[in-house]
Design a protein around this ligand. Structure first.
Ligand code: AMP
Ligand code: MG
Length: 341
């Protein structure tokens, strides 16, 4: 399936720009930009280099959407879901392999087979509802990443099991674009896939990029991190949710209960060199909660965390000391540092 004409979203684009306080005008190479709507969100691509770099990045986004969309019946993922598996190749195979590793790394807090549950709660259809206990128990039997087989380029899914790569696809796509740009010699670029950010190199003036982190309780920023050649990805219950009888239900599902995650965290930001890792872990850590986050970070390298709890407490891992700066009302909040020892 092909979509209709691509549209630009100047107003939304401006709003997103406010989250990224980094663009600097002084550069030898001109800024090439594109704003597109894809993967259900507004995306902004900025490369200091040749125009074709941005054009190739736009193509990469649409290609990823065509492969990974769970709702487009012609996508690779939908095709696998409809047939209980099948042959995979290229990026679909590579992303599935990496995603399954991340599911194992997080002991199933990230689980790419949660789709039956995501759908039952109405998050793909917009017809939100609270499924009953019996229904959830039945759907939980259909989930479990460890029952997905991927061997010699062939996937097999157990009866009723459905894949959803929504928790990792944007991070993967950001990695692809960063790879394309680095190969083309781009020294400075900013990839913003709906708040799922990847920076390439440093700012054109040679300084770090500053990427804002949204306050989960308002439209303001709660802080910012200074990075280069790094992804900054946030997952939060505020990003997509519905309310019923005064209870808020968010789009991130705890695969152990089948219910929206309720771990006490309001938002999780993960930064590191690998976009797909940061994307997968932001979703997983939102499920795991503060203590699970500490354990995961202490046992693994390659990423740092900014955690905001439902009580508005802020935790950062020690690699972000001097890198994270609180903004607005958070300037008077105690920032607790999670250390290895
Ligand atoms: P993200 O915005 O990256 O945190 O990913 C959230 C999306 O991933 C949701 O909209 C679902 O499609 C899917 N999802 C929800 N819960 C999980 C989970 N525990 N593991 C993997 N994917 C999930
Ligand atoms: Mg994610």
């Amino acid at each position: 399936m092909r979509r209709g004409p691509r549209r630009a979203f100047p107003a939304l684009s401006l709003a997103l720009s406010l989250l990224l306080t980094a663009l600097s005008g002084c550069s030898a190479a001109p800024a090439q930009t594109a704003t597109i709507f894809a993967m259900d969100t507004v995306m902004e691509l900025t490369a200091y280099g040749e125009r074709r770099c941005v054009d190739e990045a736009v193509s990469a986004v649409y290609e990823a959407e065509d492969r990974f969309s769970v709702t487009d019946p012609d996508s690779d993922v939908a095709r696998l879901n409809a047939s209980g598996g099948g042959a995979v190749s290229g990026d679909t195979q590579a992303l599935l392999e990496r995603a399954l590793e991340l599911c194992a790394l997080t002991d199933g807090a990230l689980d790419i087979t949660v789709y039956p549950l995501v759908r039952a709660w109405g998050f793909t259809t917009g017809q939100y509802r609270v499924p009953g206990g019996g229904e959830l128990a039945g759907l939980l039997e259909k989930t479990g990443y460890d029952r997905v087989r991927l061997e010699d380029g062939t996937v097999s899914l157990p009866e009723g099991s459905l894949l959803d790569l929504g928790a990792v696809a944007k991070g993967w796509t950001a990695d692809c674009i960063a790879g394309i740009w680095r190969e083309a010699g781009v020294k400075s670029g900013l990839i913003n896939l709906g708040g799922n950010v990847m920076t390439v190199g440093a700012k054109p003036d040679g300084s770090d990029w500053t990427v804002g982190i949204r306050d989960p309780f308002s439209q303001e920023l709660m802080g910012a991190v200074r990075v280069r050649d790094a992804a900054v990805v946030t997952s939060g219950g505020y990003q997509r949710y519905f309310e019923e009888d005064g209870v808020r239900y968010c789009h991130i599902i705890d695969p152990k209960t089948g219910r929206p995650a309720d771990s006490g965290l309001a938002s999780v930001t993960v930064t590191g060199a690998e976009g797909v890792l940061c994307d997968g872990l932001s979703t997983a850590v939102y499920v795991l909660g503060l203590e699970g986050a500490k354990a995961l970070w202490r046992e693994n390298g390659g990423f740092e965390l900014v955690l905001v709890t439902e009580e508005r407490k802020v935790y950062i891992t020690e690699g972000l000391e001097g890198v994270f700066t609180p903004e607005g009302s958070y300037q008077s909040t105690e920032i607790k540092v999670i250390r290895r020892g």
